[in-house]
Design a protein around this ligand. Structure first.
Ligand code: SF4
Length: 338
């Protein structure tokens, strides 16, 4: 038995055809699930009894329990409880271009980035496909953009995340364009190398946060497994294959990674790449001692990158609730709602 929300269209077709049902039945089932949003097989009135019995014997409907809902002018945060009692959250951001949902991909995270609030909780489990799909279905809003920047490292849950993206982009399901989906990773290179085989149009955001191996290994243990030269070479190949621009997220931490030399190193590191840098003032939390860089330091850093012809943006307002690097978003939101 598996959740009916955990299956891609093609896998459903394969199962149905293997059991002598016609392919068009999968279209009907997807319409009931994602357009009409029914909660039982009984409600699928154009499905015959044989197929209904087959579905009931092989699939079940499930849902997430909403345990808290916090709304602000431009943000809605939902805390969900899974059937195993673990809790996850989704953050809906009302942007001027649409409704963007930040989805979690794991309970906890094993990547151990020292600046990250989410990473303080070790990974308990990967989210199943249905647990990600239901974050969208249950928000009860027409989502136009999805960012995989919530809790967890999406590429550490690769197979489920790839099927989830398949369901997001399927016109019979959520029908969200690949270019409206952003996956943020700390840089698991062997998975980045496979990404284009599944979807070569999504936006790839790399949590970089340091321009040299010594500093990056201190901030992000993943750098010991995949040092910068390995990461950069993988990204150059990715850009060549996909012809897509990559984003580098760079959280600015006072006195740690925000010095002039760091900006110069960063410019050299990414020079000539089809990429842009997003400078994000660090979100301070009570549990971690790092502090946010001074505004003047950030602007100086920005200027050095600009002078070196690097595409760069700075988050407009400090503490704003919109986009953040993975693991930073939740604390960002919570901070703004204190
Ligand atoms: S920053 Fe992202 S990858 Fe690193 S510990 Fe936090 S959630 Fe995990």
């Amino acid at each position: 038995m598996q959740s009916i929300y955990s299956i891609t269209y093609q896998k459903l077709v394969d199962i149905l055809e293997k059991n002598s049902f016609k392919k068009f039945r999968a279209d009907q089932i997807f319409e009931w699930l994602y357009q009409k949003k029914v909660n039982s097989f009984e409600e699928m009135t154009n499905i015959n009894n044989d197929l209904r019995t087959f579905l009931q014997n092989n699939f079940y409907f499930n849902s997430l329990k909403i345990v808290a809902l916090n709304e602000d002018v431009d943000v809605k945060k939902v805390l969900y409880e899974l059937s195993d009692s673990n809790r996850i959250e989704s953050v809906l951001m009302y942007q001027n271009y649409g409704k963007s949902l930040c989805v979690s991909s794991q309970v906890g995270c094993n990547m151990g980035c020292t600046f990250c609030e989410s990473g303080r909780l070790k990974k308990i489990k990967n989210l199943s496909i249905d647990e990600m799909v239901l974050q969208l279905l249950q928000i009860e809003e027409k989502i136009t953009h999805v960012v995989l920047m919530g809790i967890g490292e999406p590429l550490d849950n690769f197979d489920n995340v790839m099927d989830f993206i398949n369901i997001l982009t399927d016109y019979r399901a959520f029908n969200i364009g690949s270019r409206h989906i952003t996956l943020s990773t700390c840089g698991i290179v062997d998975k980045i190398n496979q990404l284009h085989l599944y979807n070569n149009q999504i936006n790839l955001a790399i949590s970089l946060h340091a321009p040299n191996n010594e500093l990056r290994s201190k901030l992000m243990p993943i750098n010991k497994a995949y040092p910068l030269e390995v990461l950069m070479s993988s990204l150059k190949k990715y850009i060549k294959i996909t012809n897509r621009r990559v984003t580098f997220e760079y959280v600015m931490i006072k006195g740690v990674n925000d010095q002039i030399e760091h900006a110069k190193q960063l410019a050299i590191l990414i020079k000539g790449m089809n990429a842009y840098v997003n400078l994000i003032p660090y979100n301070e939390t009570s549990h971690i001692e790092f502090k946010k860089s001074e505004k003047t330091t950030i602007l100086q850093f920005y200027d050095i990158l600009k002078k070196n012809k690097i595409n760069v943006t700075v988050r407009k307002e400090f503490g704003t609730k919109v986009k953040a690097a993975c693991g930073q978003l939740r604390s960002n939101y919570e901070e703004s709602n204190d």
